[in-house]
Ligand binder design. Structure first.
Ligand code: HAM
Length: 433
């Protein structure tokens, strides 16, 4: 039975764990996405957009044994009786699109998209969160792992986040993981007596995931557990070393994290997380990713290597706001260039605004026949550096008055020179050289 909210005050609120993003906070959000697009495109990635829902099986492939898929998915049946799910993460839809359309490889794409997980909401953990991310289908080359990690790392630094650690691990391939899982199971079961039924149960379901368990009383045993990186095949070991050398060459500090277990099942070989310090340990991952070399084939495509990452927008903004130079404190002048104040009844204001906007300037006005005083107040509040005042005398002389809203100095400017006059003064320093 669907849960029916008890009263209207609950109905007309965003669902629990989901948030509206309103101005002015939305500007940091928008700047973040623009900065990500810019960086990803510099590395040769293009935008991909996939549906917000997929057939449930698309996600079952990525984590039958994970909480994300088993417990947290938003599933529903559509009117045609199809079992669909809201996307809990961004990789499976992109790989599904790759398998469906078979673009030429390497296929390098970036995305910005909401994801849905029915989690217990807390700061940095929501039921709808947004990610920016990239995926590359095609090459298994370790140089690509370095590129992908350096893109994520560089972007986080673009946001002014300095407190970030790159954690690196290798999950091996199916060949090295199965014997490792068996060795780990034996080791853990040797300690299960002391650690209780829940421990035993988790070891039986997925011993590798136990490495990631947060229970204090289990930590001693977990810390002494055999490590996957000791069980890698020679090829996997070589791949992992090339990645580490590549990161060193780019000056990207990284820590080996042999117990880093990502929350999705598709990972093979290199995995990584960017850990921030602004949030509690349970939510400190700003983003993460890695290789998933078997996923395309599992979805019915040709055997194709893959790698990518997703970064949580909400967590990035929390981390940026916690640093003095972070972008959540806007790093550039934002908002309008000019605000038109009009004594003449609107038509002239509409024409001037049209001209300003057509020439690329950001301009606005007050509406509803407000008094001159109210319009000047609105101009001051708008954040625009200039008010363009249209009075009868100015217009009769073929001029407008431009008021510098910081100094309150007003100068006449010939009407036909207005756009050029503003552009000159609004250009960033040095732009005319
Ligand atoms: P993930 O680690 O599940 O990986 O999520 C990536 C990031 O999304 C997390 O590090 C975190 O910043 C953010 N995130 C996840 N869940 C939540 C939540 N409930 N509330 C707020 N933020 C959250 C993936 O989703 C993979 N698709 C990443 C990937 C791409 N791997 C390869 N390619």
């Amino acid at each position: 039975m669907p849960r029916v909210p008890g009263d209207r005050s609950e109905v007309f609120r965003a669902p629990v764990g989901m948030h509206d993003v309103l101005p002015p906070e939305s500007r940091a959000w928008r700047d973040l996405v623009a900065a990500f697009a810019d960086r990803a495109e510099r590395y040769g990635y293009e935008l991909v957009v996939t549906p917000i829902v997929e057939h449930r099986e698309v996600f079952e492939r990525v984590g039958e044994a994970t909480d994300v898929v088993r417990k947290e998915m938003y599933d529903f049946t559509d009117k045609g009786d199809r079992a669909l799910s809201l996307r809990p993460e961004g990789t499976a839809p992109v790989v599904r699109a790759f398998v469906q359309h078979r673009p030429t490889v390497p296929w390098k794409v970036w995305y910005v998209a909401p994801n849905f997980r029915y989690e217990r909401p807390q700061k940095g953990r929501y039921r709808q969160h947004w990610q920016v991310g990239v995926e590359v289908l095609g090459p298994a080359d370790p140089d690509l792992d370095v590129e992908v990690i350096s893109l994520a790392h560089g972007f986080v630094r673009d946001l002014g986040i300095t407190k970030v650690r790159v954690l690196l691990n290798s999950m091996g391939d199916a060949g090295s993981r199965a014997p490792y899982a068996a060795a780990l199971r034996d080791y853990f079961l040797g300690h299960a007596e002391a650690l209780g039924d829940e421990f035993r149960e988790r070891v039986e379901t997925n011993p590798i995931r136990v490495l990631d368990a947060k229970r204090e009383d289990w930590q001693d045993v977990i810390e002494r557990a055999p490590q996957l990186t000791e069980h890698l095949s020679a090829t996997e070991q070589e791949h992992f070393e090339v990645v580490q050398r590549g990161l060193d060459a780019l000056g990207i500090a990284h820590e080996l994290a042999p117990r880093l277990v990502r929350g999705l099942d598709y990972y093979t070989s290199t995995t990584f997380e960017l850990a921030g310090d602004a949030l509690d340990a349970a939510q400190n991952a700003l983003g993460g990713g890695g290789r998933y070399d078997g996923l395309a084939e599992e979805m019915g495509g040709p055997p194709t290597a893959g790698i990518g990452f997703g970064l949580g927008i909400e967590r990035l903004l929390i981390a940026a706001a916690a640093e003095p130079g972070g972008t959540a404190a806007p790093s550039r002048r934002v908002g309008l260039d000019a605000f038109v104040v009009d004594h003449l009844g609107g038509l002239e204001a509409a024409i001037v605004l049209h001209e300003l906007r057509e020439s690329g300037l950001r301009a606005d006005r007050a509406y509803g026949g407000r008094s001159l005083k109210a319009q000047m107040k609105a101009a001051n509040r708008s954040g625009a550096p200039y008010a363009i005042v249209l009075g009868p005398e100015e217009v009769a002389r073929g001029e407008v008055s431009v008021r510098d809203l910081e100094t309150a100095k007003q100068v006449p400017v010939p009407r036909e020179q207005l756009v050029g006059w503003l552009q000159l003064r609004l250009a960033p320093p040095g732009a005319a050289e």
